[in-house]
Structures are given as C-alpha cells and as structure tokens.
Design a binder for this molecule. Structure first.
Ligand code: NAD
Length: 253
C-alpha cells in the first residue's frame, strides 16, 4: 500500500520522457490527479494521453523550469486546475557532453545550472507557499548518484546535482515543523533517452554502465518512480532531508 490518497494532486516536471513520464503514470495509477509539465509540449501531451488512456486524470502545462514567471504560472495553474498541490516531483534536468573540467564551456555551465539547479530552486520557491497554506505537502527532487560523489568527465553535471542535494536538505530543515517534507532521489544509470543519447556517442557505454552497478544491470524508470511514490507517501512520514540512492548498489562500493 503506497498510502497516497486517491484524488490528491501531483505535479511532475520533465514529465514528457523517461523518469518523469514513468512517475507521472505511477501517480495516476495511484488515483491522483496529475499535472504533467515539460518544456516540450508534444511529449508532455503524449504523457497526458497515456494517463487518460489508462483511465487516469491529467492536465498538461508547458513550462521551462529556468523561468521564474513560467514556474509561477505552472504552480498557479495547478492550483487553478485542481485546487491544491499535495506532491511535487521536480525532475526536469539535462546532461552535457562528457569532458574533463578544463574543456568545459561557459555556456554549458550556465545551461546545466539553469535547468538542474535554478529550475529545482524555482519550483520549490513557488510550491512551498502553497503547501504551507494547505498545511501539508511532500516534494521530491531528482538529484543523481553524481550528486553524492565524484563523476569524472561530468564535473558540471555532478556539481549541479550536489547543489540539488544541498537545496533539498536545507529546505527540508527549514520546513520540517510545517508538515512539508522534502527529499531527493539519486538514481544511478537509468534506461532513458538521456542514457541512450550518451550511448550513441560512445557505444561501449552500455556495457560499462551495466558493470558499474553491483546488481549487473542499469535501472528502470519504474524503479525510480516507485521510490518517488514511497518518499511522497505517509510510509515515509518520518523521512525528510534524505538524498536516497536508487542505484543497484553503486554507492555502496
Ligand atoms: P530525459 O532526457 O529522458 O527526460 C528529461 C525531460 O526533461 C525531457 O522530457 C525534457 O524535455 C525535459 N526538460 C529538459 N529541460 C527542461 C526545462 N528547461 N524545463 C522543463 N523540462 C525540461 O531524462 P531522464 O533520464 O528521464 O532524466 C530525468 C532526471 O533524472 C534528470 O534530472 C536527470 O538529470 C536525472 N537523472 C537521470 C539519470 C539517467 O541515467 N537517466 C541518472 C541520474 C539522474
């Protein structure tokens, strides 16, 4: 039993693909009303179509999470559509081409920090007041195992995900007494478009990625969705400020 209540409202960013889409579908299967958000309207609408085809309720709101005005409109639009916001999964994120730190470009740094860090900050900035006003809420941010330790040739991405962990922990403490819990999921390598794009530029990557997980394979999007549902639910009522690795044992080595 997940203990999410049917009729509650969940918001998912980056829900047009991969982990975000799988989690939006999982929230809908729990009977929640889901606001599907993505910067890409076509893929976001497709996720809504999948939820509705399975008998669930969902609405799409287009949002680039790097824009304060768009994120405010997303949260306002969620409340306008469904009256409240119980759970937010701040998941939109981007990766960049791999390379050593000194080869990185300023525009790459700005782009990745804009989506992965500012985006998560803006989402929480606008979601938390709604949750405080209604007296409850739970937020999960997508970090990465690259936010828990070194990620050679991915230093900017790694720094951005460490920042997500920092935002998550600090906000969790700030609102701990207000019945608003804030946690992060830290996936290892998960089979998504992001991962497949990386394999195109380096075909050996699939083999290498499987081997870096003690369980001998990469993860599935549904396995991250299940962790998000757990963290949102009352089963995790005593859990806040956690950066939870979902990683096939990768960080245990
Ligand atoms: P994905 O590329 O399959 O999906 C990401 C989605 O985010 C896309 O639909 C994209 O349109 C959307 N998006 C990108 N920029 C956006 C923006 N500015 N505003 C709103 N939406 C935007 O990626 P994924 O693998 O599902 O990754 C989801 C999250 O998980 C990311 O934060 C990523 O860093 C993290 N993550 C992924 C892996 C992995 O192996 N796939 C591992 C660890 C962490």
């Amino acid at each position: 039993m997940s203990q999410l209540l049917s009729g509650q409202v969940a918001l998912v960013t980056g829900a047009g693909a991969g982990i975000g889409r799988a989690t939006a579908l999982a929230f809908a299967r729990e009977g929640l009303k889901v606001v599907v958000s993505d910067v890409d309207s076509a893929s976001g609408e497709e996720t809504v179509g999948l939820i509705r085809a399975a008998g669930g309720e969902a609405t799409f709101i287009c949002c680039n999470v790097t824009s304060d005005a768009e994120v405010k409109a997303l949260v306002d639009g969620t409340v306008a559509a469904y009256g409240r916001l119980d759970y937010a999964f701040n998941n939109a994120g981007i990766e960049i081409e791999k390379g050593r730190l000194a080869d990185g470009q300023e525009r790459e740094f700005d782009a990745i920090m804009g989506v992965n860090v500012k985006g998560v900050w803006l989402c929480m900035k606008h979601q938390i007041p709604v949750m405080l006003a209604q007296g409850s809420g739970s937020i999960v941010n997508t970090a990465s195992i690259a936010g828990l330790g070194a990620a050679p040739k991915m230093s900017i991405y790694s720094a951005s995900k460490h920042a997500v962990v920092g935002l998550t922990k600090s906000a969790a403490i700030e609102y701990a007494k207000s019945n608003v819990r804030i946690n992060a999921v830290c996936p290892a390598v998960i089979d998504t478009d992001m991962f497949r794009r990386a394999c195109t530029s380096d075909p050996k990557k699939a083999e290498f990625a499987a081997a870096m997980h003690p369980v001998g394979r990469i993860g599935r999007v549904e396995e991250i969705a299940a962790a998000v549902i757990y963290l949102c639910s009352d089963n995790a009522a005593f859990t806040t400020g956690l950066a939870l690795p979902v990683d096939g044992g990768a960080t245990a080595i």
